[in-house]
Design a protein around this ligand. Structure first.
Ligand code: COA
Length: 317
């Protein structure tokens, strides 16, 4: 597969660190130094499906296609207001496409999993043009009285359109089941037969543990992909990494002994937008004219699970 179009949509509401100081025992200084985040964009009056639809329309237009040309939709999503149908199905109707659609949940790594699935489907000849979306509202999973979590996240939707081609150089997906350090549990409807104990609770995260695991797993994935492709670290124009914390990105840049100019970021403006962070950043780079034909881009993400996904692509647009 190769990427032929990108798009993104952000919520309108910008929430700065100073605004959080108004109702949380926190400070701009703590948030900036621990995470690099200065502000984030949060869902207020919008619905996530509207952001997903806007990102999808922009990506299809950028690809020079119409919704009728799309023959499969894959959407990475962790939560939205609907448990069912999937967000991909809602977007299919909203853009007026007629193709099959499916959601994937691999937490913050979901966009890479979705891209990899799209590649398989194109290789098998089952689809020609696939819309790959990531739409997330992680700010709805956290307790807004818990300063250690709510300051970290933001909402948004990013999309790409892929078609047949030689844009995917290599990829790697891993899953290590580890529920104790990051999870979010919602109680389902009761039935007369439920006898087990159940609970609902906002997201739980052991930040220090996730930080360590993220740096180690992302560095390992990057090394495996560089070895597999035969590329030197400096031959990658941009490392488009999951935007969870600037310090994680900095640690990976130091480990690779590369200048931070290889590591574009949006975490300072968007916060951690879960699986949407990579396509949001990719669209920014593309629209700012920073990607040239032939550029090698390495994308690497990690998330609850614990899941990781990474790939090297060549920009062919
Ligand atoms: N404002 C002020 N103080 C805060 C705070 C906030 N928003 N949040 C937590 N604190 C306090 C804590 O209460 C704790 O205080 P104590 O030491 O008195 O108990 C202290 O700050 C914790 O600081 P520290 O341990 O130095 O935090 P940290 O350097 O580990 O940073 C995270 C915390 C969450 C930013 C960091 O661990 C992280 O980014 N982890 C990875 C998260 C991630 O990537 N998640 C996404 C997975 S997809």
């Amino acid at each position: 597969m190769r990427i032929i179009g990108t798009g993104r949509a952000h919520p309108a509401k910008v929430v700065t660190n100073a605004m959080l100081e108004g109702f949380l025992d926190t400070s701009d200084e703590w948030i900036r130094t621990r995470t690099g985040i200065q502000e984030r964009r949060l869902i207020s009056s919008e619905r996530l499906e509207d952001l997903a639809t806007e990102a999808a329309r922009k990506a299809i237009e950028d690809a020079g296609l119409t919704p009728a040309d799309i023959d499969y939709i894959i959407c990475s999503n962790v939560v939205n207001e609907y448990i069912t149908p999937g967000l991909s199905c809602i977007v299919q109707g909203a853009i007026g496409a007629r193709c099959a659609s499916v959601d994937v949940n691999a937490a913050c790594s979901g966009f890479i999993y979705a891209l990899d699935m799209a590649d398989d489907r194109i290789r098998s000849g089952k689809a020609r043009n696939i819309l790959v979306l990531a739409a997330e509202e992680p700010t709805r999973m956290v307790d807004w009285e818990d300063r250690s979590l709510c300051v970290l996240f933001g909402d948004g939707a990013g999309a790409v359109v892929v078609t047949g081609g030689d844009g995917l150089i290599c990829s790697r997906l891993t899953t290590t089941s580890k529920l104790d350090c990051l999870h979010y549990v919602r109680r389902l409807e009761p039935t007369p037969y439920i006898t087990k104990e159940e609970y609902s609770a906002p997201m739980y995260m052991n930040g220090k543990e996730v930080f360590k695991t993220a740096v180690l797993s992302s560095s390992r994935d990057i090394k495996v992909l560089l070895d597999k492709s035969g590329l030197k670290p400096s031959e990658i124009k941009y490392y488009v990494l999951h935007q969870a914390n600037f310090r994680i990105i900095e640690a990976i840049a130091n480990w690779l002994k590369l200048d931070l100019s290889h590591f574009p970021t949006n975490v300072e403006r968007c916060g951690n937008t879960s699986s949407a962070s990579i396509p949001l950043l990719l669209d920014e780079l593309a629209r700012e004219g920073k990607l040239q034909k032939g550029d090698k881009i390495l994308m690497s993400a990690f998330g609850a699970g614990f899941t990781t996904g990474a790939c090297i692509i060549e920009w062919t647009k």
